[in-house]
Write a protein that binds this ligand. Structure first.
Ligand SMILES: Nc1ncnc2c1ncn2[C@@H]1O[C@H](COP(=O)(O)OP(=O)(O)OP(=O)(O)O)[C@@H](O)[C@H]1O
Ligand SMILES: [Mg+2]
Length: 446
């Protein structure tokens, strides 16, 4: 592209930008007290000048030069007034530090093919309803720089603008990009103790609250996300997070929890065992019987929902007089129940049947309120079959190396975004890093 064409494009973009700032300025003046006061002050000054007419006062006699300049000034006055007003409106619509932010983006090469940087059109603050997060949203006219490029250059942008980017979103179709940011000095806390108050919005919507990201609370709605696969290196915090989720299920009256723990149930002490809605399974035979029951129940629910023409359990429970319970089946280390190494032929057959039942639940459980929460250090193919894994859409990964992150999330992000000594820090499949709530199941839970 030659220089002349580049200049023409630049001028056109600048014209569009000025028009946009002007429109924003008009809106800002009506909504922002400070800007409105500046405008009123300006108009009062103009009014005062037009009443006093200082150029007339300075007129001292029939000097021809004086008379010409006086006429010229009084002719120019309206233009000066409107010019000043336009500048004031542009000032009101221009986000602070817009120029320096754009220069910084230019420095890291965030430009379109014509060499133009995205243009900052708005800066606003968003407070989340919990007190841990306060976002500044930077809104840009993308100027043809797609979201994928912003994501690729995320680390560069963070350094150039000295911020953490919690999220990048498109708006106005694909024309605008919004960066959800917090200052670079803000970080997720290393410890977030659980409080029962966090449950306030969960019932009866079947929502679980997992922890907090820089964007605010991270929740999981069982109506939308039926199954969860939790992976991560040893000591990353999987057991604590799984127990946090199960504890919340048990606090809701309509969820039945069953936990398979082949280590003799040592990980789940008396609060779990004594809870009327919680059942522990300690051996393979019982597990198989239980899973047979659950799959049978699944078929029964299919018939019931079909007969009353309800789409799923959510629809059924909202309209029918007697609601169905949700059923959650959880395993803390799935390799314990699915690893076939060293087993006899008969045991291998049992494991194959367990796998088969889990696969049915993973495929069909959502509509019928039957959920799987599976946790494991390493869900590779010889432990968790593709059929089960592919049907668990919601994956959460704790600290992990490249290979483990790829096995769990199908990308290496957990290894890049989670420090190698982090505890209770997780990454979801949609790219959200969060600190899970710390929860101690040796204390009173229910
Ligand atoms: N949410 C959290 N916040 C802070 N620290 C945590 C959190 N979760 C876990 N930890 C710390 O990490 C330690 C290990 O947690 P946990 O037993 O859940 O890990 P794990 O991933 O289940 O390990 P393994 O795979 O060996 O069973 C805990 O004892 C605790 O000190
Ligand atoms: Mg564990």
């Amino acid at each position: 592209m030659d220089n002349r064409k580049r200049n023409l494009l630049e001028q056109e973009t600048q014209r569009r930008y000025l028009l946009l700032l002007f429109q924003t300025g008009l809106k800002e003046i009506w909504t922002d007290q400070y800007r409105l006061k500046v405008l009123v002050l300006y108009l009062l000054t103009v009014l005062l000048f037009s009443i006093i007419r200082p150029w007339d006062l300075a007129y001292s006699g029939p000097d021809i030069f004086d008379a010409v300049s006086r006429i010229a000034f009084s002719l120019c006055f309206p233009f000066l007034v409107f010019g000043g007003l336009a500048v004031l409106i542009l000032w009101a619509g221009t986000p602070s530090k817009a120029k320096s932010i754009q220069n910084n983006l230019q420095r890291i090469g965030l430009v379109n093919h014509a060499g133009e940087t995205p243009l900052l059109v708005a800066v606003r603050t968003e407070e989340s309803d919990d007190m841990h997060s306060r976002m500044t949203v930077l809104e840009f006219l993308a100027c043809g720089v797609p979201k994928s490029v912003w994501e690729d250059k995320r680390a560069d942008i963070e350094t150039a603008l000295n911020i953490h980017i919690a999220d990048i979103r498109e708006s106005d179709g694909k024309r605008r990009i919004q960066l959800y940011t917090v200052p670079a000095t803000d970080e997720l806390p290393k410890l977030l103790p659980w409080k029962d108050a966090y449950l306030r919005d969960a019932f009866p919507a079947c929502k679980l609250v997992l922890g907090e990201s820089l964007l605010g609370p991270v929740t999981l709605d069982l109506n939308l996300i039926p199954h969860v696969l939790l992976g991560g290196g040893t000591g990353s915090g999987k057991s604590v997070l799984l127990k946090l989720m199960l504890m919340q299920c048990l606090k809701q009256p309509n969820i039945q929890v069953t936990i398979a723990d082949f280590k003799g149930g040592v990980d789940f002490g008396s609060p779990w065992r004594k809870h009327p809605n919680c059942k522990l399974i300690l051996d393979r035979e019982t597990l198989l019987c239980y899973l047979d029951d659950v799959t049978e129940k699944l078929e029964q629910r299919k018939d019931i929902l079909g007969k009353v023409e309800r789409r799923d359990i959510y629809d059924y429970n909202r309209h029918e007089p007697i609601p169905m319970d949700r059923i959650v089946f959880a395993v803390d280390e799935v390799a314990e129940i699915l690893d076939k190494t060293g087993l006899t032929k008969e045991e291998k057959e049992q494991v194959a049947r367990i796998e088969n039942r889990l696969s049915t639940i993973a495929r069909q459980g959502r509509a019928f309120g039957i959920h799987l929460f599976l946790s494991t250090q390493r869900p590779d193919a010889n432990i968790l079959s593709g059929q089960i894994k592919n049907n668990i859409g919601y994956r959460i990964c704790g600290r992990a190396d490249h290979v483990l992150s790829s096995i769990i999330l199908d990308n290496t992000d957990a290894s890049d975004k989670i420090l190698h000594d982090a505890q209770g820090r997780f990454l979801t499949g949609d790219g959200t890093v969060f600190q899970a709530y710390w929860f101690d199941d040796t204390k009173k839970m229910f």
